[in-house]
Design a binder for this molecule. Structure first.
Ligand code: TMP
Length: 204
């Protein structure tokens, strides 16, 4: 029986992670391999409601409120993840690393608090593999400029995104075996192949 891992795609804005999630889902569909796809914040019906609230340009929540809302959105996905855990491949566009990278490394919230709540929510759920997409400052700037509509989290300064990306990289270094860095500054097709090849190993 093939493996049914949880595979997460992480990275800052403009790093191409959502593109690769959609490529991987197309690949799995073409091979008739069962999977579900979630994004965070969002995914389930209630989590999507929370997403709208957090990312709305007119919201001006405190950083702690944001943290609790992201975690609330995650809480609403746990039932869905548990339902398919180990039964189907679960693709997640952002997960716990995003909370650590943005709320701790970016916004300075105590890591202990984030870890405690994540542990409380996830219990025995474990991520099997993470594709960390990275982007340089020039491409980040150009890609954000191209976006037709920007949400509340698309409008931080470069220094903030730099801190967040460094945070992601730190997380990946702590457990190299379970991460693959995808350099989105190089040819996108090359990266698509790289990801599909890694995916094949993860699900064989
Ligand atoms: P995205 O759907 O375009 O990736 O936007 C979601 C935004 O939410 C993105 O800026 C990252 C941010 N975010 C956090 O700050 N903390 C989190 O825990 C998650 C899941 C996302």
């Amino acid at each position: 029986m093939s493996k049914k891992p949880i595979i997460v795609f992480e990275g800052i804005e403009g790093s191409g992670k959502s593109h690769h999630v959609s490529k991987v889902s197309k690949y799995l569909k073409s091979k008739r391999i069962g999977y579900i796809k979630i994004r965070e914040p969002g995914g389930s019906l209630n989590s999507e409601k929370i997403r709208k609230l957090i990312l709305n340009k007119n919201s001006n929540f405190d950083v702690n409120t944001d943290l609790l809302l992201y975690l609330a959105a995650r809480s609403e996905n746990i039932k869905l993840i548990n339902k398919y855990y180990k039964k189907k491949i679960i693709l997640i566009d952002r997960f716990i690393d995003s909370t650590i990278a943005y709320q701790h490394y970016g916004m300075g919230i105590d890591l202990k608090i984030i870890n405690i709540i994540n542990k409380y929510l996830l219990k025995n759920i474990k991520v099997d593999f993470t594709f960390l997409n990275i982007v340089n400052k020039e491409n980040l700037y150009l890609r954000l400029k191209k976006r037709k509509s920007l949400n509340r989290y698309d409008q931080f300064n470069m220094n903030f995104y730099n801190k967040v990306q460094k945070g992601f990289l730190k997380l990946s270094k702590s457990n190299k075996k379970f991460y693959k860095i995808i350099d989105s500054n190089i040819d996108i097709k090359k990266n698509e192949n790289l990801i599909i090849n890694q995916l094949k190993k993860l699900i064989k």
